[in-house]
Design a protein around this ligand. Structure first.
Ligand SMILES: Cc1ncc(COP(=O)(O)O)c(C=O)c1O
Length: 488
């Protein structure tokens, strides 16, 4: 019997693979026609002088992939339709460069957003805001906590069984910590563990806001929040942050679904929302919530209130709310490190389940080992010890920056928001377009972030955010010295 297959004795391929490839090639180039009968594995073994097992292995793979088909009681045949018949013709596979795949409305809106700023790479005097002192993070201790979790984990903990709302012990540790340190009113069931505030914003927008609905937010305000709400199709309602802080007049007669705010350290101005206005906002949300089915909810972003250098911190707004109108978010990006990607959202009890369902269809849950290690770090006091060390370190760095700016620029600079957090807002006389000043600063080795990117109507002279937490006092002084030539 003639069979179109020759085996190469010196081939490095195993015999069954050679047989598989040889028959497949013969089928594809037509030497074995569609519907043609293939010798039985016993006959094939005799023909090719191979074992029957080798012949069977090759034929089983070809049958499994659809090149051959076994007909009960009759034998094995080349399939009438080959797998290649189901592929589009080569011309259709090559999509012309001018026709990218069509996007959803959400996808198209993403393309319209201004891209998030990329951190200045490798500048020695980088004043980018919001970056902790990464070189002061106790990596050894963190490594030990993680290793302990890995050693203790049971096989069951490595599976799909974890709660999408977060690791139970971490939710408990967080609820206790937030009640004690920020007067947040919460039970562990209300705490969702997320991969940071950005996910909290996305989750709130997805679960609560329909495209076309209004979201009110501070102007200037956090660009990460603005991009998220716009991506979800929200209409933005600006709430101006003036010399007296957040102005609430724009809310009169408006019906936003969500109000996003940073009351404890407004981003970027650093202003603190005073108690009367906090109470007024909560009363407004409560009244409208009672009257409207889709009444307003407040999103309180408490991103850096752990660092407070002057005066006593006001407790979280969430703790003043008795009506379930506040979603409270916090992050470990500032107090530990951003790449950890862990944060939390405390939601009114009625929202815990819908939010957990939304998490189950997206990320399932943040990595369990990191959550468990963090729960231990909080429970054993390492977290708050680190916080105390960073408060002292950032306090000294903040003083160095304020002193250096005052000495260099005197009354030609206005400083806002230096009372807390990890950055301040410095307003210099406008000496050129922001982009030009950023470029010239980079040439001097200095990284600058214009506050104009936080404004809905960017303009000149809105100032620059100067982060102080990641730079030593010596670098801060040298960086400020280099800035002098730009703003004088
Ligand atoms: C106002 C504000 N909220 C939240 C965050 C933190 O976001 P995430 O937790 O996603 O890192 C930042 C970081 O820059 C911020 O400036």
């Amino acid at each position: 019997m003639d069979f179109p297959l020759l085996l190469a004795p010196d081939s490095p391929l195993p015999l069954h693979r050679q047989v598989y490839l040889g028959i497949r090639a013969a089928v594809l180039d037509g030497r074995l026609g569609r519907g043609q009968r293939i010798p039985s594995t016993r006959a094939l073994a005799d023909l090719l002088q191979i074992s029957r097992t080798t012949a069977s292995l090759a034929c089983e793979q070809l049958t499994g992939e659809g090149y051959l088909e076994a007909r009960r009681g009759s034998g094995t045949y080349v399939a009438a339709r080959l797998p290649e018949d189901y592929l589009p013709p080569p011309a259709a596979q090559a999509r012309p460069a001018s026709a990218p795949p069509a996007l959803s409305r959400f996808g198209a809106r993403l393309a319209d957003l201004d891209p998030p700023p990329r951190p200045a790479a490798g500048l020695p005097y980088d004043f980018s805001p919001g970056c902790p002192a990464l070189d002061a993070f106790p990596l050894d201790l963190w490594g030990r906590l993680l290793a302990r979790q890995c050693r203790a984990a049971s096989p069951g903990q490595l599976g799909y069984g974890a709660d999408p709302a977060g690791h139970g012990p971490l939710r408990e540790a967080l609820a206790e910590y937030l009640r004690r340190s920020r007067a947040v009113r919460c039970e562990p069931e209300q705490v969702l563990v997320l991969s940071g505030t950005q996910q909290a914003l996305d989750l709130a927008a997805r679960v609560l806001v329909d495209p076309g609905e209004a979201v009110a937010m501070e102007d200037p305000g956090y660009p990460g929040a603005r991009r998220c709400f716009l991506a979800h199709g929200a209409r933005l309602l600006p709430l101006p942050v003036g010399a007296r802080g957040l102005e609430l007049d724009a809310l009169q007669g408006a019906r936003p679904r969500l109000v996003y705010l940073t009351p404890s350290h407004q981003y970027p101005t650093g202003r603190v929302l005073d108690l009367p206005r906090r109470l007024a906002l909560l009363a407004w949300a409560r009244e409208h919530g009672a009257r409207q089915a889709r009444g307003p909810l407040l999103f309180e972003d408490d991103y850096d209130s752990e660092f407070r250098f002057e005066g006593r911190p006001l407790p979280a707004m969430q703790g003043l709310d008795g009506a379930g109108t506040v979603l409270y978010s916090g992050t470990f990006s500032k107090v530990l490190f951003p790449a950890l990607r862990l944060g939390y959202l405390v939601v009114p009890p009625a929202l815990a389940q819908p939010m957990a369902r939304a998490l189950a269809v997206s990320c399932r849950q943040p990595p369990v080992m990191e959550q468990a290690a963090l729960a231990e770090a909080i429970r054993e006091g390492h977290f708050e010890r680190h916080l105390r060390r960073m408060r002292a370190l950032y306090g000294a760095r903040r003083e160095a920056l304020v002193a250096a700016l005052s000495a260099r620029f005197g009354d030609r600079v206005t400083l806002l928001g230096a009372n807390g957090g990890m950055q301040l807002l410095a307003q210099f006389p406008a000496t050129g377009p922001d982009a030009e000043l950023v470029r010239r600063a980079a040439e001097l080795g200095v990284g600058l972030s214009p506050a104009s990117q936080c404004h809905l109507a960017p303009g000149p002279g809105q100032g620059f955010l100067l982060g102080f937490s990641a730079l030593s006092p010596a670098r801060i002084r040298e960086g400020v010295r280099r800035l002098a030539s730009l703003f004088c």
